[in-house]
Ligand binder design. Structure first.
Ligand SMILES: Cc1cc2nc3c(=O)[nH]c(=O)nc-3n(C[C@H](O)[C@H](O)[C@H](O)COP(=O)(O)OP(=O)(O)OC[C@H]3O[C@@H](n4cnc5c(N)ncnc54)[C@H](O)[C@@H]3O)c2cc1C
Length: 410
């Protein structure tokens, strides 16, 4: 990438990690306080050409409002697919029909509760906009860092040193920075992986998302722009290697058993990829001049499609706390600011982590009494419009949200 700074510098905030959370944080900080905060972002991936990931996310209404406020939604909206309806079924893999136990209209407060957005487009738009706004990029990973009383000193693998009032770790689930800070991750791994693939189909999906609860775990079909859907197929880990080694037509046959024939003939767009699933929440979200953000702070089961959305709530809360401190002339990495961020985010995340864990245990299970009870529960929920509205509001990311997610600039 051209324009890469070679020398050490002093910044208000250094961000480690340029995934979706890292660049959203960089952009949110540069858009605050008329661009007066200085922000650097380092990631070894910045030195490599982009590669297609085939990943897509359900971006909840709160996160969409933040992207509107930050001025990037317009650049992804044409490829974002609104979820207009959602259905839930509970059956065995070989069952010929999957009766619908629960259905939701996809609106919360007269807007879709979520849009499906492809990772590659969103990541590119965020990176281009953040760099144009003045986020300074470094194409190297953090190798080590230390916190003094008034600054964090960050050493990159290429020897460059960056000083900052605050170091924000957005370096993903296997966060090296979290390890270097000595912050343990509390949780467990599921004996499951999420197989992700893009499927092209003959008939239109009409914005319908489907979640089929199968004995090995949920199988989600999520609408993408055009006649395409993204699938997130939860499988027992010991079967994943075998499944991924199958030829395209064989794996398509396996997918078809779960996907069904209601959208006509299906084909694969690219090879599926697998992602081991786990639950983990960092014991602390902050340290001296240090904050964990996104998957570095928490990893949850994708059953509710909330992992990235919770990372984006971290971004909105941290950007708000930092901008409020700096706006008052305070040090943006001071301990009170970081404590406010942790208060705003940790309990919320633990609660969602436990909800997704409970849902996964309840549904990745083929015991007859458990199936009967949960189907009775789903059927009851389906007859309670007020409760269904609450679920949709929750999935839309409404409630006590940071300012950016309510559509207010910092
Ligand atoms: C199967 C599956 C389906 C999912 N579906 C959804 C969904 O529908 N909706 C949703 O909200 N969430 C979903 N999620 C969760 C979502 O994928 C993650 O929450 C999100 O990708 C995390 O983004 P991130 O920016 O925090 O981390 P990452 O995307 O992991 O980015 C980390 C970045 O840090 C960089 N890095 C690593 N080490 C260093 C270092 N030492 N120094 C500097 N940089 C470093 C890496 O190069 C990388 O660019 C799903 C997850 C799975 C597994």
């Amino acid at each position: 990438m051209s324009g890469m700074a070679e020398t050490a510098g002093r910044f208000d905030v250094v961000i480690a990690g340029g995934g979706i959370t890292g660049f959203t944080l960089g952009l949110a900080l540069k858009r605050a306080l008329r661009g007066s905060l200085s922000v650097a972002l380092c990631d070894p991936a910045l030195g490599r050409p982009d590669r297609a990931t085939g990943r897509a996310y359900a971006i909840a209404a709160g996160a969409r409002r933040m992207y509107e406020t930050l001025g990037v939604w317009d650049r992804v909206a044409d490829a974002a697919e609104p979820i207009r309806e959602m259905i839930v079924t509970d059956s065995r893999t070989d069952d010929p029909v999957r009766p619908i136990f629960l259905s939701f209209a996809g609106e919360a407060e007269e807007a879709p509760f979520a849009h499906m957005v492809e990772q590659d487009r969103l990541a590119r738009v965020l990176r281009e906009t953040a760099l144009a706004e003045g986020v300074v990029p470094f194409a190297a990973p953090v190798r080590s860092w230390s916190a003094g009383s008034d600054l964090a000193s960050v050493r990159l693998a290429d020897g460059v040193r960056l000083d900052a009032s605050l170091l924000a770790a957005c370096d993903g689930a296997k966060s090296r920075l979290r390890d270097l800070a000595g912050i343990p991750l509390i949780g467990w791994s599921y004996d499951q992986s999420g197989i992700v693939a893009t499927i092209a189909h003959e008939r239109p999906h009409e914005g319908r998302a489907e979640e089929h609860f199968l004995p090995s775990g949920p199988f989600a079909i999520l609408p993408l722009a055009g006649h395409r859907s993204s699938i997130v197929w939860t499988e027992r880990s010991d079967r994943v290697e075998m499944l991924l080694s199958l030829h395209d037509d064989e794996i398509l046959e396996e997918i078809e058993k779960r996907f069904g024939l209601h959208l006509g003939r299906i084909s694969l767009v690219g090879r599926p990829t697998a992602h081991p699933l786990s639950l983990g929440v960092a014991r602390r979200f902050v340290g001296d001049r240090f904050a964990l953000v996104g998957d570095a702070a928490h990893v949850i089961h994708p059953i509710a499609g909330q992992g990235l959305n919770y990372g984006l709530r971290d971004v909105a809360a941290l950007a708000e706390a930092v901008a409020d401190a700096a706006g008052l002339g305070l040090d943006p990495g001071n301990a009170e600011t970081l404590a406010a961020y942790e208060r705003a985010r940790r309990a919320d995340t633990v609660a969602m982590g436990l909800v997704t864990d409970g849902l996964n245990r309840l549904f990745s299970n083929d015991l007859l009494p458990v199936r009967l009870l949960r189907d009775l529960g789903l059927g009851l929920v389906d007859r309670m419009p007020t409760l269904k509205k609450r679920f949709i509001r929750e999935a839309a990311g409404d409630g006590a949200l940071p300012r950016l997610m309510r559509g207010h600039a910092l």
